[in-house]
Design a protein around this ligand. Structure first.
Ligand code: FAD
Length: 287
């Protein structure tokens, strides 16, 4: 099933993001986590591609196939322009199609030493158009950034990039994580005014470990509301209290987004079932 059909039939689409293990010996553990996540009834599970520039490990296609064919949940496979070209992308998409997976998230990615810029696809919109016109049959999603992509000089430039992506064939958008819902609502308003009418899922990451504060929060350019920084300051040195407060913050954020009419909510669960379950328990009555 193409995910665009889900957005038409559901008020709020609930999705979870997972990432492939870097070591193949960790795959059985990940499969066990995915089996547990299946009990949370996600409408789809997305699988990242070499995020952070990593290479090797279990492939995105293999995990997407497991989700589709063993768990019978719709997967969405991420693909990136960086490090790829038309021939490689054609082979990757054929491998994906052979598993029955019909949904992809078309991304540019970020350059790393292992992943140079693509000779064929400069922007996500180039990859989106390639899939739409040269490899038809896939539902295509694109990434969006409620607070603007760091490389966009202005809000207008960011919206222009997004419009190109949708014109090229993206059926729906998934947002970068944010901690301040106001940023999402403002972004959606702007996008609608600019004529973008595709569904936009809101990306939320529960911050439950100190290492996430140091990596994710410090590196993200997301605005930090006072309530969030107070939580971090108060609980960062108390493992259990930070876990509980982080889950609680994400639940309140998600409840507001669902009640506020978000087309979908996308949970960056970081392959952690306990977090996903606690969050799901806090929002299931609204889904
Ligand atoms: P683009 O849409 O190409 O945008 C990048 C920049 O270029 C923006 O500033 C945009 O405004 C500008 N732009 C776009 N089109 C044009 C144009 N035609 N001319 C000039 N400027 C233009 N990374 C991974 O490596 N693996 C993953 O699995 C992964 N999953 C992600 C999932 C989500 C939901 C999100 C939000 C991000 C994900 N990323 C992932 C990170 C992503 O690859 C980076 O944020 C990357 O910097 C931008 O990718 P993009 O697809 O948004 O790029």
């Amino acid at each position: 099933m193409k995910l665009s059909e889900l957005y038409q039939s559901k008020k709020c689409v609930f999705s979870i993001e997972c990432f492939p293990p870097k070591q193949t010996e960790n795959y059985p553990k990940m499969q066990a986590t995915l089996r547990q996540m299946a009990a949370l009834n996600p409408d789809f599970i997305s699988v990242t591609y070499g995020a952070g520039g990593s290479a090797g490990g279990v492939s995105t296609v293999e995990i997407a196939s497991y989700i589709k064919n063993e768990l019978h949940i719709e997967p969405m496979a991420h693909f990136v322009c960086m490090g790829s070209n038309e021939a490689k992308m054609t082979a990757d998409l054929a491998a994906l199609a052979a598993t029955g997976v019909q949904n992809v998230l078309a991304l540019r990615g970020d350059a790393t030493p292992l992943r140079p810029q693509s000779p064929d696809f400069v922007h996500a919109s180039d990859l989106t158009a390639f899939i739409r016109y040269r490899q038809p049959g896939f539902g295509i999603a694109g990434a969006c950034y409620p607070e603007g992509h760091p490389e966009s000089a202005t809000v207008q430039q960011d919206l222009d990039g997004l419009k190109r992506k949708v014109a090229a064939g993206a059926d729906h958008l998934l947002s970068q994580l944010f901690f301040d819902n106001y940023q999402y609502y403002r972004f959606v308003n702007r996008a609608r005014k600019a004529g973008l009418d595709v569904p936009i899922s809101a990306g939320v990451m529960p911050i439950v470990r100190k290492s996430q504060i140091e990596r994710t929060v410090a590196l993200s350019s997301a605005s930090l509301p006072a309530e969030f920084t107070r939580m971090i300051a108060r609980y960062q040195n108390d493992e259990q209290a930070l876990f509980d407060a982080g889950v609680d913050y994400a639940v309140r954020q998600l409840r507001d987004l669902i009640e506020g009419g978000a087309d979908g909510v996308h949970l960056y669960a970081m392959n952690n079932f306990t977090v996903a379950q606690r969050v799901y328990d806090g929002i299931r009555d609204l889904l």
